[in-house]
Design a protein around this ligand. Structure first.
Ligand SMILES: [Fe+2]
Length: 390
């Protein structure tokens, strides 16, 4: 190689070396799938890495007092390499507060028999207080949670509605669908709502995501559960905290599957059939019947709407829910407030559609479910109370 060519290659490679940004976390951590004995921690790095979570008790000792138990994302026994880190932490005690940090070590070369690591990055436990979370506890008498929906990428609205969420006051948040207009790329998910959520509350307060019809759209829609894993591996699932059992349903798309807007990809009628088969077992389960309150979360409303998705959920889900002591169903989608008391519209339970730009605060004790609708200024708009069905 001629000397000047060699110098040019050296010069250009040094530019690209200096041009590369530092290895870092670009979003997260955020908490998912909180349970009595487990939690899943997710975060995203700008380049491929091995990631892990360290857990420490919430005691007076510094995080650096000891080597902390470490949890990795492993695939069939082999630690995962990637940018989206999803670490399941198990073996935790119910109703217990833990401190944690996330760490990632960049993988700069990955060959069959050689792996080269670069720099490490993680959440700080030295200059700032380590992140904390508290596991769920079915023995707890009261819980508080907040539900928002139809934010459609408006970070200012999300921020205003969830600004007061803290791990001390709020056990969890529920995104009841349409947090974005579609899921086209990771950057768009981060920018539309995930960055705001992680910076506002989600590093310490878990959120559950009921998929909205807009989250079924876009090239990244297939990866929805990679970013927002559920306990069942489907977009419908259940969870329990304190006196309340939550049933999260997926109403799917709102138009007929063969609508031109879905470009031949809609297969939601069949998905709702599978979901209905699963739902039949859930409502008959002891866990469902024994809870003091049963709250159903679904983005698409089965009432006050005559689009195909709404009619499907009314036909397939409501007959299964009626007669099983449901205490409340919370929906979104129409962007307009609607309330139907038990017995109206073919449902033997009350149903409330939360409008966009409002949050629903639920305070649930063993005796009463109190619901407050709040606007972006924090003003209470409406309240409802429901007694436990004994
Ligand atoms: Fe919607």
């Amino acid at each position: 190689m001629k000397k000047w060519v060699f110098s040019l290659v050296l010069f250009l490679s040094s530019i690209s070396l200096f041009a590369q940004e530092d290895f870092k976390i670009i979003c997260g951590p955020y908490l998912q799938k909180m349970g009595e004995n487990e939690v899943t921690v997710l975060w995203i790095t700008n380049r491929e890495a091995v990631g892990w979570v360290e857990i420490a008790p919430d005691d007076s000792l510094h995080f650096y007092a000891d080597t902390r138990p470490t949890y990795y994302q492993s695939i069939n026994g082999r630690k995962a390499i990637g940018r989206l880190h999803c670490v399941h932490v198990s073996g935790l005690e119910p109703g217990t507060t833990y401190r944690y940090r996330v760490l990632s070590k960049e993988v700069t070369r990955h060959e069959d028999y050689f792996v080269q690591y670069g720099h490490a990055t993680g959440s700080d436990v030295y200059l700032r207080t380590p992140y904390r979370f508290t596991t769920f506890d079915t023995r707890k008498d009261t819980i508080h949670c907040t539900v928002v929906n139809d934010i459609h990428g408006h970070n200012d609205i999300q921020k205003a509605l969830l600004a007061n969420v803290t791990a001390q006051k709020t056990d969890f948040v529920i995104f009841n669908g349409d947090m974005a207009n579609h899921l086209s790329s990771e950057t768009q998910i981060i920018e539309d709502f995930l960055q705001t959520a992680t910076e506002t509350f989600a590093a310490e307060t878990p959120f559950f995501f009921a998929r909205g019809n807009h989250e079924t759209r876009g090239q990244l829609a297939y990866e929805f559960l990679d970013y927002f894993p559920s306990p069942t591996g489907e977009t419908y699932y259940t969870f329990r905290d304190g006196p309340a059992f939550f049933l999260v349903l997926d109403g799917g798309e709102d138009k007929p599957d063969d609508d031109i807007e879905y470009h031949g990809l809609g297969d939601y009628d069949r998905y709702r059939d599978e979901e209905a088969r699963w739902l039949k077992d859930v409502v008959a389960s002891e866990a469902f019947q024994q809870a003091a309150f049963r709250v159903v979360i679904m983005h698409v409303s089965p009432v006050n709407d005559s689009w195909h998705g709404a009619l499907e959920t009314r036909r397939k889900f409501i007959p299964l829910l009626n007669g099983h002591r449901v205490d409340l169903m919370l929906c979104g989608h129409t962007h307009r407030f609607y309330y139907a008391p038990a017995g109206q519209d073919g449902c033997d339970f009350p149903l409330l559609i939360n409008p966009t730009e409002h949050a629903v605060d639920l305070d649930i004790s063993t005796q009463q479910l109190h619901l407050r609708l709040r606007d972006t200024t924090g003003k209470t708009v409406k309240t409802f109370s429901f007694d436990a069905k004994h």
